[in-house]
Design a protein around this ligand. Structure first.
Ligand SMILES: Cc1ncc(COP(=O)(O)O)c(C=O)c1O
Length: 461
């Protein structure tokens, strides 16, 4: 007779064995890639054990790897692809543009059109400046806030993620007080203070301790990498009031939530207008584009046509590839489509998100496994609760949850069900996903739950 330990180990190793056997070309590519790319690829989040699959092509809701395995994709290009992979409304326009200039390196009509669209969609966006990545946009937003207020301190959320610029790569991963990276300067880190998400009292305390030098509070209205956790409306309302009271700027990092929670992003969804916001991901329609947007008076500090002393200007206008014709074209096509179809798109992907959040937790509960699937609208992530946990309200709760099982769950979906998430990261539903995809996802989760419950009960025998 097999021992319960053997049974458990067999059960646990099964998805791994299946992954190894179906991804042999990915494994070869990973080993080859490591010779030229540090770690085999270029974004830390994209790696998962034992090696990530290497993508070959993608279309609509699907992504294929180099071994020709097909996956229903819920990572969707770091959540950027709200219309799915290579949507016709975007590729049609791109084909037309490809022979007419990729990068003008000059002001162009496409950037003007996209800026006007952003301004029409996003409540705080009186004025816009484009850049290329989210990390650039959030760095510029804080620089603008410091220039505008003539103060230095920024408050961010412990566990909040704003990209790897040297300004805001502070307090991202637990333990939050330890520097995120060799090479960052303590002098810079000291100017960023950490607030506890969804905790009004603790945040008030940080704000009042820094009130005389407070330039900005920056946060994601729905934490992304921190666990896909929505801000409580009262928390955002309090931040708005406190920033007004203290003469600091409120910055919403809407790089994930922009054009996703609603056409006007989280600021429309929550009905709270920040002074500045950062946009990215969906903005570029699958190509690189980001933006800082906000009140004209603040953005005018970046207007170099206005006569000012050098130290009075805020220099945020670098970027060889900013306003490149392809990103602007893809962005225009995407936003126009979202704007035209806003009445149906947001309710449809939002309902799918709600269904996933409810049904995934129910499926696990049916097997006496305690989970909390967090999120808002079309965004979600499942967390396995430890025995003493009741809720997931902030990134610290995610840290304390059973992350090993979370990874096991998502890895098992990749290995055995043809469903792709980056294990432990955000899930994002696009307009390409169908009712059948969502049912398949919930059914696949039920298979995993059954397997997990069985392996847990055999361990306890
Ligand atoms: C909320 C948020 N801000 C900023 C960034 C950084 O954007 P990028 O990866 O384009 O630099 C990200 C990236 O995932 C993000 O989720």
């Amino acid at each position: 007779m097999k021992s319960s330990l053997q049974t458990k180990s067999r059960a646990e190793n099964d998805p791994l064995r299946r992954y190894l056997s179906k991804t042999t070309d990915s494994k070869k590519m990973y080993n080859f890639a490591r010779k030229f790319l540090a770690g085999g690829q270029s974004h830390n989040a994209r790696f998962f054990n034992p090696y990530p699959f290497y993508a070959a092509r993608a279309r609509n809701q699907y992504i294929w790897d180099v071994d020709n395995n097909r996956y229903v994709d819920y990572w969707m290009g770091h959540t950027a692809l709200i219309l799915g992979h290579s949507p016709k409304v975007v590729t049609y326009e791109l084909r037309d543009q490809i022979d007419n200039g990729l990068l003008f390196g000059a002001p162009n009509r496409f950037a003007v059109e996209l800026a006007e669209l952003v301004s029409k969609c996003v409540p705080c966006a009186e004025s816009v400046r484009f850049c290329t990545t989210g990390a650039e946009a959030t760095m510029y937003a804080v620089r603008l806030a410091r220039a505008y207020t003539k103060r230095k301190t920024a408050v961010k959320i412990a566990g909040g993620w704003h990209g790897y610029n040297s300004t805001l790569a502070v307090g991202v991963s637990y333990p939050y007080q330890i520097s995120e990276s060799a090479g960052l300067l303590e002098e810079d880190e000291k100017l960023v203070k950490l607030a506890r998400f969804n905790d009004i009292e603790a945040t008030d305390q940080v704000l009042s301790e820094n009130s005389s030098d407070l330039a900005a509070v920056i946060l994601e209205p729905v934490l992304g990498a921190g666990g896909v956790i929505p801000a409580e409306p009262e928390y955002l309302k309090t931040l708005r009031q406190e920033c007004d009271k203290l003469g600091a700027l409120l910055i919403f990092d809407e790089i994930i939530t922009g054009f996703r929670l609603a056409l006007g992003g989280a600021q429309e969804f929550y009905g709270i207008k920040p002074d500045l916001c950062t946009l990215g991901k969906i903005l570029g329609g699958g190509l690189p584009a980001s933006a800082v947007a906000g009140g004209s008076e603040i953005l005018s500090l970046a207007d170099t046509t206005i006569e000012r002393a050098k130290r009075e200007r805020c220099w945020i206008g670098g970027g060889t590839f900013s306003e490149n014709a392809l990103s602007m074209t893809a962005g225009i096509a995407t936003l126009k489509h979202l704007r035209t179809k806003r009445g149906s798109i947001y309710s449809s992907i939002g309902n799918f998100g709600k269904q996933v959040r409810e049904e995934v937790d129910q499926v696990f509960a049916d097997h006496s496994i305690r989970t909390k699937t967090t999120g808002e609208g079309s965004l979600f992530a499942t967390h396995f609760l430890n025995p003493n946990q009741v809720e997931i309200k902030r990134p610290e709760d995610v840290v304390m949850s059973d992350n090993l099982t979370t990874r096991e769950y998502y890895f098992s979906l990749i290995a055995t069900q043809g469903i792709f998430f980056i294990p432990g990261h955000i899930g994002a539903i696009s307009t390409a996903h169908t009712k059948a995809d969502i049912s398949h996802f919930v059914k696949s989760t039920a298979n995993f739950a059954e397997h997990l419950a069985r392996s847990r009960s055999s361990t306890h025998k």
